[in-house]
Design a protein around this ligand. Structure first.
Ligand SMILES: *[C@@H]1O[C@H](CO)[C@@H](O)[C@H](O)[C@H]1NC(C)=O
Ligand SMILES: *[C@@H]1O[C@H](CO)[C@@H](O)[C@H](O)[C@H]1NC(C)=O
Ligand SMILES: *[C@@H]1O[C@H](CO)[C@@H](O)[C@H](O)[C@H]1NC(C)=O
Ligand SMILES: *[C@@H]1O[C@H](CO)[C@@H](O)[C@H](O)[C@H]1NC(C)=O
Ligand SMILES: *[C@@H]1O[C@H](CO)[C@@H](O)[C@H](O)[C@H]1NC(C)=O
Length: 502
């Protein structure tokens, strides 16, 4: 696992270098073929196509909208009162659509059967050295804005019905389109907007929250190498969602990708995290009832501690297409955990427990597991991820994520895997395998006490308190477990405190 992480990291380093420097001559790039000579009659429109989709199958030609030609609207059956969704691709190495395009278009057409779904095709301008493709985003954005202006001014298409969805560089194309359009389009969704040459630049040179009435952004590949990351790290929209912290996407580690059914290669490893933004968005289109919530938090570390599962004052929102438009507020970072595959959503629980040190546990760094028993199903044993050490004689807060909705929580089993007091973190990594040997060779008398566990579910916002099933058994030693049952709705430990004082 550690080895893979290292490999993956060095690989992203190469990938970033590749992005930034452009490609060497011996790669897939053949610029000459694609650079249209700057002839006198040539316009940008010759290199950008508005491909209105009529069929779910991308191999079936779409209908080409020609800005300024009303006839093409009639021919394509453009409905000016329906929603209009422009899908904008990013930088391309193959000069062709990547497979996500088909999925996104199909999901969009199924979700919004009446909408005009239009692919903004700028492949010849995107199939260039990366810095050149970046340079074209301005021009392509201007073309999209001109097209929208024509639709609203001559065809009375309402601007608030317009939704631009851009992936990677396409997100910044959408930003320029939003800047240049007369008025303000309804929504822009940025799917892992490109980072190199955009991170840290002014609002007007990248997608920003000023570019539409509502700008929502998913960040999935913000891991940094050589000072840049492929997806932009900084928050740039009205809401910025960082699934899994925005850096490590489950199912995208080297082993998973290389052993996938399709048989991946190194490029796929990199694409997996960048493209995850598109797949999360597609997921939100097709599974309407299976929604994923993201929660506002100052940073990923705090989120991992389970501190931020509040929905008060718009602090949570749905991820993807179903996101609720909120009042403009900049730099609102939101987080959630996801599964490795569709449906990506799971359930988040915040758990709080006071851990009393009862015997010889001053140096204990216990590894806890919880197993949740729900009305529909039970979870696996889930490792309790406490970023630092478990705080003794303190209340510890942690985040538990279940991949399945197990229904109303009925029971929790907390177990202490073992102790690792004098062996340091090295031992902690391998102790799992040696636990049996260790427990027999070096018995320990350590003892902790946990009387109750307070739980809040992010998705339902319900709070419960769980008490030890047997009130006399609240002490725990390495290798043991305690079962807690629901004893109270809410968290108040002493609901009748006031009365006690009378
Ligand atoms: C440019 O347009 C003019 C008239 O529209 C035409 O005669 C000429 O051949 C065109 N030139 C090129 C390079 O296409
Ligand atoms: C155009 O879209 C509107 C709104 O979605 C819908 O009510 C209407 O039936 C559509 N018209 C046609 C001809 O499809
Ligand atoms: C971008 O293109 C313009 C002309 O279209 C050119 O003057 C400028 O140097 C280009 N910038 C980069 C970074 O290539
Ligand atoms: C926790 O409290 C117990 C007594 O209740 C005390 O013996 C122990 O030293 C304390 N441990 C820490 C780490 O504060
Ligand atoms: C219950 O959860 C297990 C994994 O913990 C899973 O394999 C199983 O399919 C689930 N059963 C149902 C009915 O959801």
């Amino acid at each position: 696992m550690k080895n893979n992480t290292l490999l993956l990291w060095s690989f992203s380093l190469c990938a970033v270098a590749f992005f930034v420097s452009g490609a060497e001559e011996n790669t897939v790039f053949k610029d000459e073929e694609f650079k249209v000579p700057h002839g006198e009659n040539e316009t940008v429109h010759d290199r950008i196509t508005y491909n209105m989709r009529k069929s779910l199958d991308l191999d079936v030609d779409g209908c080409i909208l020609v800005p300024g030609e009303k006839r093409s609207l009639l021919d394509c059956g453009f409905n000016v009162t329906a929603k209009t969704i422009f899908i904008i691709h990013g930088w391309t190495m193959s000069g062709m659509f990547e497979s996500w395009m088909r999925k996104l278009v199909a999901a969009m057409m199924q979700r919004e059967p009446e909408a005009n779904v239009v692919i903004v095709e700028w492949l010849p301008m995107a199939h260039q050295l990366y810095p050149d493709a970046v340079n074209h985003t301005h021009q392509v954005g201007l073309s999209v804005a001109t097209t929208i202006n024509w639709l609203q001014e001559e065809q009375q298409m309402p601007l608030q019905n317009v939704h631009l969805i851009g992936y990677s560089l396409g997100a910044h194309v959408a930003g320029y389109a939003g800047t240049f359009v007369r008025g303000s389009v309804g929504r822009i969704t940025g799917l892992d907007p490109a980072g190199p040459m955009f991170e840290g630049v002014g609002d007007e040179k990248r997608l920003s929250s000023d570019d539409a009435d509502f700008v929502d952004v998913l960040h999935t590949y913000t891991r940094e190498a050589l000072g840049v990351s492929i997806g932009i790290q900084q928050p740039i929209g009205d809401i910025d969602i960082y699934p899994n912290g925005g850096d490590v996407q489950p199912g995208c580690d080297l082993t998973s990708v290389l052993t996938s059914a399709a048989g991946g290669n190194f490029m796929d490893v990199m694409k997996c995290e960048h493209e995850r933004a598109v797949h999360l968005f597609v997921d939100s289109l097709i599974s309407k009832e299976h929604t994923s919530f993201a929660y506002q938090c100052t940073d990923s570390e705090r989120f991992k501690k389970g501190i931020c599962l509040s929905c008060r004052k718009n602090r949570c929102n749905q991820m993807g297409y179903n996101a609720k438009k909120t009042r403009k507020r900049r730099n609102s970072k939101m987080y959630l955990k996801t599964r490795a595959d569709t449906p990506f959503g799971g359930i988040h629980y915040q758990m709080k427990m006071h851990v009393f040190n009862r015997k010889q546990a001053d140096n204990a760094d216990p590894t806890f597991y919880v197993k949740l028993y729900g009305a529909h199903n039970d979870s696996q044993d889930l490792h309790v991820d406490i970023p630092n050490k478990v705080g003794l004689n303190l209340t510890n807060t942690f985040l538990v994520f279940t991949e399945d909705d197990i229904g109303d929580l009925l029971k929790i089993r907390l177990s202490w895997e073992g102790a690792s007091e004098s062996f340091g973190s090295f031992w902690k990594n391998i102790k799992k395998n040696f636990w049996d040997w260790k427990s027999s060779s070096k018995p320990t008398n350590q003892m902790l006490e946990v009387r109750r566990i307070r739980v809040k579910c992010g998705e339902t916002q319900k709070k419960f308190t769980f008490c030890a099933q047997d009130p006399s058994l609240t002490e725990i030693t390495p290798g043991q477990g305690i079962t807690y049952v629901k004893c109270r709705d809410g968290w108040e430990v002493k609901p009748s405190k006031k009365r006690l004082h009378i």
